[in-house]
Design a protein around this ligand. Structure first.
Ligand code: CDP
Length: 237
């Protein structure tokens, strides 16, 4: 079974996907973490974002980006190094859209996502999961939230619990800029699938949004752990 969760930056996709997967006994695949790990590896190799579009398949392979199983999710590695502590840094976030708009990168990565889903029941989150990667997903969710809510959640993730209004405004700007880049790109833009269930999380707490996803999944036939097709195998790169 495949559950696709898409939505804009900071809408809570990854945290919701991970916890919903845990409750369902599914495996969580965070496609954004792959785009981030590739971006980190390219920057680390001294490749400027303007040159991301020139990366060949062989160069993408050479970054050695792969996912090691951890609980019902995974940790990202690049060239044998644990990059999980780095992939959400501001420099990576600022350049990841440049990586994500390259068609060759998306093809390379989508192969890994489809491979993961062929080996386990999965909750996959991203921008194009229900539209491009898994158009026949059993359940598609589109998460949205008010930009200020998304900015405050993002700042809270970084430990900033009572941000100034300037800090919130600056984060709203960064999120909207990334939404714009993700929605306006030519390849696999961020768009809601016609058959996706939209959940506005602005007024929901975390428990409520996870339960919405879990109950929709159960309504589509997800059975905790019994639905697994034999193991929780994450994508390998
Ligand atoms: O967690 P956050 O909302 O900040 O983003 P993410 O899920 O980690 O994704 C980072 C970036 O990767 C996005 O801004 C997109 O540019 C790109 N992405 C994508 O293009 N397609 C996906 N399926 C997932 C991520």
């Amino acid at each position: 079974m495949i559950i696709a969760i898409d939505g804009p930056a900071g809408s809570g996709k990854s945290t919701t996907a991970r916890e919903a997967a845990r409750r369902l006994g599914f495996h969580h695949v965070d496609s954004g973490a792959f785009y981030r790990a590739l971006t980190w590896a390219a920057l680390e190799a001294g490749i400027a974002p303007e040159r991301f579009a020139m990366l060949s398949e062989a160069e993408l392979d050479d970054f050695g980006v792969r996912a090691e199983p951890e609980g019902n999710g995974f940790r990202m590695f690049a060239g044998g190094r644990d990059v999980e502590p780095h992939i959400r840094e501001a420099a990576v976030t600022a350049s990841v859209s440049a990586m994500a708009r390259v068609a060759r990168v998306r093809t390379w990565l989508n192969r890994r996502l489809r491979d993961a889903a062929s080996r386990a029941d999965v909750v996959v989150d991203g921008r194009d999961i229900g539209t491009v990667v898994f158009p026949d997903a059993d359940l598609k969710i589109f998460l949205v939230a008010h930009p200020e809510t998304r900015a405050r959640r993002r700042l809270a993730e970084w430990g900033i619990i009572a941000p100034s209004s300037d800090a919130v405004a600056a984060e709203v700007e960064r999120l909207l800029e990334r939404d714009r880049a993700d929605s306006e790109r030519e390849v696999a833009p961020l768009v809601r699938a016609a058959d996706a269930e939209e959940i506005d999380t602005s007024l929901l707490d975390f428990e409520e949004q996870v339960e919405r996803v879990v109950s929709l999944a159960r309504a589509r036939g997800a059975v905790a752990s019994a639905g697994s097709r034999g193991g929780r195998v994450p994508p390998r790169g």
